[in-house]
Write a protein that binds this ligand. Structure first.
Ligand code: NAD
Ligand code: UFG
Length: 362
């Protein structure tokens, strides 16, 4: 019997979540094409993805806003579905440069969808975010919770979700999955692929890991006067490998046309202090911290109701906070300065100057 080929385009595939999604897809026997402009990533991640999986993928250094290039890639590679992760994601930065976020995230998605339409590729999994809910009115957050993001980044996610719903209303051949991620952390168990933020990390786990390894002196906890058991913020941390497998489940369950909007979270909340203690226990290192003022825009508690994902995608997370911290630590320990070349990129040395050991076709 002829094997039906399934080739998945992963936009933003060189990034933190994207590299783990590529592993999940390759491990499942699918073919992978990555499009990434490397604005917040390092193509060394893809070299490592291939060595973990023992399979190759196709890499195209391109921008999703370039519709013609994306169209050519879709056609030339025989792409059957797209997992769309490319985007800018820093909440604070989005307040400073809102138009850059709208241009990159919203316009970028419009161009991508336009190219897909022309190429007759009508299956799309989109990386949305729990940030679309804004300030929780009740917990846990289910998909029916009112929407009201409090920053431009969150609004780009909400506008894209709405745009994709309109797209389906206009053409009911589309299969669309809007995945609302909670707080992805951790790394692949090999320690070869993980989160490699450029400059000072915005998020908790990478900051904690850099303190533990000695790259930073101490963590600043943004507020310990919240209405939570220990006063620090509570989040739904989810292992990035679990999150990645949710994309595979979404592809499998997008067999019928329609739009499915679903939370990807664990359903459990952990406080900032719990994370620090767990990280200290698994790493054997201390994580000094200081209590600072609340960060503008932060909510006290945020965690998912993951019921719909279980019902509609047959997916649930399986990894504990301890495993998230242990895997994040292994990545940090094996790569104290991130991927080779990231340091130079932070200092503004052009990437073209870096020696390339990349075996992916680009
Ligand atoms: P990341 O920055 O590591 O990955 C995003 C990738 O997209 C990067 O490799 C970047 O170079 C690429 N990219 C950005 N703009 C592009 C463009 N115009 N054309 C081509 N490539 C482009 O971020 P991540 O944490 O892996 O997040 C992936 C997606 O998930 C993002 O859309 C983000 O908004 C969303 N998300 C992330 C989180 C989180 O906490 N990490 C939470 C919710 C949602
Ligand atoms: N925190 C600190 N110090 C730090 C960093 C974070 O105390 O240096 C605290 C925050 O105040 C918060 C918790 O750790 O209480 C988690 O903060 P993160 O920045 O790691 O995560 P957020 O929940 O603020 O936001 C993340 C992503 C968003 C995404 C959201 C989805 O950054 O893009 O999760 O829930 F939308």
């Amino acid at each position: 019997m002829r094997k039906v080929s399934k080739t998945i385009l992963v936009t933003g595939g060189a990034g933190y979540i994207g590299s783990h999604v590529c592993i999940a897809l390759l491990d499942a026997g699918l073919d992978v094409v990555v499009v990434d402009n490397l604005s917040n990533s390092n193509k060394a991640s893809l070299e490592r993805v291939q060595s973990i999986c023992g399979r190759s993928l196709v890499f195209r250094h391109a921008d999703i806003r370039n519709e013609e290039v994306i169209y050519d890639i879709l056609r030339a590679c025989g792409v059957t579905a797209v997992i769309h992760l490319a985007g800018l994601k820093a909440v604070g930065d989005s307040n400073v440069r809102p138009m850059t976020y709208y241009e990159n995230n919203v316009l970028g998605t419009m161009r991508l969808v336009s190219a897909m339409k022309r190429a007759k590729v009508k299956t799309l999994v989109f990386s949305s975010s729990a940030t679309v809910y804004g300030i929780p009115r009740y917990l846990p957050l289910d998909e029916k919770h009112p929407l009201g993001p409090t920053n431009p980044y969150g609004r780009t996610k909400l506008f894209i979700e709405e745009m994709l719903k309109d797209l389906y209303r206009s053409d009911d051949d589309w299969r669309i999955g809007n995945l609302r991620y909670f707080n992805p952390v951790g790394a692949h168990e090999s320690g070869l692929v993980g989160e490699d933020p450029l400059g000072v990390p915005n998020n908790l786990l990478p900051f904690v890991a850099q303190v533990a390894i000695g790259r930073r002196e101490k963590l600043l906890i943004w507020g310990n006067d919240y209405d939570t058991p220990d006063g620090t913020g509570i989040r739904d941390f989810i292992h990035v490998v679990d999150l990645a497998s949710g994309h595979l489940s979404a592809l499998r369950h997008l067999r019928q046309p329609g739009v499915l909007t679903v939370n990807l979270g664990t359903g459990n909340g952990s406080s900032v202090l719990e994370v620090i203690r767990t990280f200290e226990a698994v790493s054997g290192r201390s994580v000094p911290y200081e209590i600072g003022a609340r960060r503008a825009g932060d909510v006290a508690i945020c965690y998912a109701d993951p019921t719909l994902a279980k019902q509609a995608l047959c997916w649930k997370s399986t990894r504990s906070l301890k495993q998230m911290c242990a895997d994040h630590w292994r990545w940090q320990l094996q790569n104290p300065n991130g991927y080779p070349g990231t340091e130079l990129k932070v200092r503004g040395v052009v990437q073209a100057c870096l020696p390339s050991r990349l075996s992916v076709r680009s």
